[in-house]
Design a protein around this ligand. Structure first.
Ligand SMILES: *[C@@H]1O[C@H](CO)[C@@H](O)[C@H](O)[C@H]1NC(C)=O
Ligand SMILES: *[C@@H]1O[C@H](CO)[C@@H](O)[C@H](O)[C@H]1NC(C)=O
Ligand SMILES: *[C@@H]1O[C@H](CO)[C@@H](O)[C@H](O)[C@H]1NC(C)=O
Ligand SMILES: *[C@@H]1O[C@H](CO)[C@@H](O)[C@H](O)[C@H]1NC(C)=O
Ligand SMILES: *[C@@H]1O[C@H](CO)[C@@H](O)[C@H](O)[C@H]1NC(C)=O
Ligand SMILES: *[C@@H]1O[C@H](CO)[C@@H](O)[C@H](O)[C@H]1NC(C)=O
Ligand SMILES: *[C@@H]1O[C@H](CO)[C@@H](O)[C@H](O)[C@H]1NC(C)=O
Ligand SMILES: *[C@@H]1O[C@H](CO)[C@@H](O)[C@H](O)[C@H]1NC(C)=O
Length: 436
């Protein structure tokens, strides 16, 4: 059993090494990506009308407020006559147009979603969510965003249209790399009554993948550990998230009561509480109780950023016992099986309207839950930090774990395994006695 597990770890390790040179690879979500699909639905006098659909196929990485922004470069002298469900942030120089003025004349337009509540004539399906897109694992129905664009001065047939180039997706910060647009088989649509099929005149796809080092130089969260069997609390490593940000604020500072301290900035710059780790998020894993057949852990997530509420947050943990998770008390849980057979990874997320909002730093800035796991007698132990998670991700970014030699450890050598063995011996002795 152990040997097999080590083999698996080795394999994952080798995979990680092999892929570390590639731009993006997430071992816990190997096929995760965001796909942009352009469906040309009609040709016009000087161009085409396309519906652009963004599908977030990532299991646990969503796009938070203030939402996505997407830009690309036109291959020729195209303009955007109009848009539905989104808008270009700048019109650019349309001075050579008389009469009808385009919506955007820039060579490299930047497009953002509209806000909820815009008039119906500016909406299409899956638009107008302020650029917020759920992760596929948490809410597949909300993991999509679309808009319609009417393009002029482009080709007017599938032979003369030139695909847009150099796609850039901010979600909302950096981290995504988009590949080139590729012509794919035209999308087939069904009419609402499912009795008629229609087809896009032409379709192209762009795939964007996430890479954490591109998003930020330092981690954005850290993990601390504790247990019932040892009073040591293992804190987050110092400067887990880099200590270059010196503008932190003490938790007891009088400044915190001044108005506007929680107002988010345009550039989303955080205002952190001063801590030795300087992370906006800390995840605490506490091994709480040991029963005969079960054990219980408590997970708490704390926000240290005074300027950000985390909506639809996700927490991913990897632990070999997650295949026998019995109950999660106040989070939702979904197993992720990235390699089809190894069921050691799962996603925790907030319950709708209960704790899916992780509030700004302060007395309300935390969410917590307990999990009950059934022991597998072959692998279960409290020794060597086995009960602690192997990897933790918050909102799709990997959190810094303490070094293994600092984990709280069992005070004596009477391991749980030995105890279990003694218990089994005792029960079989009782059985023998009964049989006699
Ligand atoms: C994007 O994700 C989907 C769903 O996981 C997958 O089927 C597809 O192969 C991925 N595309 C690429 C180019 O990785
Ligand atoms: C193009 O993207 C859509 C999702 O937007 C996906 O369903 C389809 O499989 C993609 N096609 C190819 C050839 O990647
Ligand atoms: C796309 O980017 C490449 C490399 O940065 C550049 O050479 C090319 O001109 C760009 N294309 C357009 C249409 O801007
Ligand atoms: C363009 O359209 C013609 C039919 O109108 C079709 O035969 C051809 O395959 C299409 N080409 C591309 C690149 O989609
Ligand atoms: C967080 O949400 C609460 C309640 O909705 C709101 O009062 C507060 O201003 C928000 N904080 C930030 C930083 O957006
Ligand atoms: C993974 O384990 C969970 C229990 O934690 C179980 O509900 C789920 O069915 C398992 N999935 C697979 C593919 O084995
Ligand atoms: C734990 O999960 C594994 C695989 O999912 C299963 O074979 C085993 O029976 C489970 N153990 C217990 C004690 O439920
Ligand atoms: C608790 O764990 C720490 C290591 O983190 C260790 O130094 C300490 O000796 C342990 N305490 C006891 C009572 O064994």
């Amino acid at each position: 059993m152990l040997r097999m597990e080590r083999g698996v770890f080795m394999w994952v390790f080798l995979l990680a090494v092999t892929f570390s040179l590639a731009v993006a690879y997430d071992p816990l979500d190997p096929t995760g990506n965001i796909t942009l699909k352009w469906d040309v639905i009609s040709w016009t006098a000087d161009g085409y009308v396309a519906v652009v659909t963004m599908n977030n196929f990532q299991m646990y990485r969503h796009i938070m407020s203030p939402g996505w922004s997407l830009s690309w470069s036109w291959a020729k002298k195209e303009v955007i006559w109009s848009m539905v469900g989104a808008q270009a942030t700048e019109q650019g120089d349309c001075s050579k147009f008389k009469g009808n003025i385009p919506h955007c004349c820039k060579k490299t337009p930047t497009v953002v979603d509209l806000l909820p509540g815009v008039p119906y004539n500016q909406q299409i399906a899956n638009c107008c969510k302020g650029g917020v897109v759920a992760s596929y694992g948490q809410d597949p129905a909300s993991a999509v965003s679309s808009f319609q664009v009417s393009v002029g001065l482009s080709g007017t047939s599938n032979k003369t249209v030139k695909l847009p180039q150099n796609f850039t997706l901010l979600g909302p910060g950096p981290g995504y790399t988009c590949g080139p647009a590729k012509i794919v088989p035209s999308t087939v649509f069904f009419t609402p009554d499912h009795r008629r099929k229609t087809q896009a005149l032409m379709t192209w796809n762009v795939t964007c993948t996430y890479s954490q080092p591109l998003a930020s130089k330092y981690p954005t969260c850290c993990v601390s550990l504790s247990s019932f069997y040892n009073s040591t609390i293992t804190p987050c490593p110092s400067c887990s998230c880099g200590c270059q940000n010196k503008n932190c604020i003490q938790s007891d500072s009088k400044q915190l009561s001044t108005a506007g301290i929680n107002t988010p900035r345009k550039d989303n710059a955080p205002l952190l509480q001063c801590t030795q780790h300087m992370c906006p998020i800390r995840v605490h894993w506490h091994v709480k109780l040991n029963y005969k057949d079960y054990w219980r852990a408590k997970i708490a997530i704390t926000n240290f950023n005074y300027r950000l509420n985390y909506t639809q947050w996700t927490l991913v943990a990897q632990h070999p016992n997650l295949n026998n998770i019995t109950e999660v008390f106040s989070f939702d849980y979904k197993p992720l099986v990235p390699y089809g057979s190894i069921n050691d990874t799962g996603m925790f997320y907030g319950m709708k309207y209960y704790n899916d909002l992780l509030m700004e730093a302060g007395p309300l800035g935390n969410v917590q839950s307990e999990v009950l796991l059934q022991k597998d007698a072959n692998t279960f132990t409290f020794r060597q930090g086995w009960a602690f998670p192997r990897k933790v991700y918050f909102n799709g970014d990997e959190c810094m774990l303490p070094p293994p030699d600092s984990y709280p450890y069992l005070p004596n050598f009477a391991s749980a395994n030995a105890a279990a063995a003694i218990y089994r011996l005792a029960t079989s002795a009782v059985l023998l006695l009964l049989m006699v």
